[in-house]
Design a protein around this ligand. Sequence first.
Ligand SMILES: *[C@@H]1O[C@H](CO)[C@@H](O)[C@H](O)[C@H]1NC(C)=O
Length: 153
Amino acid sequence: MLIVRAIIVATLISSVAAGPWGQICAGNPMNKARGCDGYGCGYYAAPRKDGRRKHLGVDVICRDGSTVYAPFSGMIERRINPHGGSSVIDNGVQLRGSGFCVQMFYIRPVKYRGRINKGQTIGEMMPMQRVYPGITSHVHVQKCNRFNVTRYL
Ligand SMILES: *[C@@H]1O[C@H](CO)[C@@H](O)[C@H](O)[C@H]1NC(C)=O
């Protein structure tokens, strides 16, 4: 009985992120963002090496191979290739629904189109360590209009 209760409590906790959206990556129930590492920082508007580009999303910590969940219910609209097709982690999707539109990068999605509900598996975290050894592996989440996504996570 105690074990059953512990499992129920753990399930409830794991579905509660800090913001209104659901948990994005297995193992990171609070949608904790990547801090800074040798490649840069994970917060919104963090500077990038070339000095011109800013980071217009938030990097949600996610170990390679982890299950990734839909943060809200909606439609997967299309595939996104953040690196223009040039690396093994170059994959992602655009998700629209519940009044939001986001792009999620570095995941191998379960599908490129169609309905998905909050908390359902949307994909798997790709092998980011192979491309950026030592980086804090993460799902990059950005609003389609590139506005500040931080408070939803
Ligand atoms: C983004 O939003 C967060 C949370 O509301 C805030 O702390 C942060 O300063 C914002 N960043 C920018 C660049 O506006």
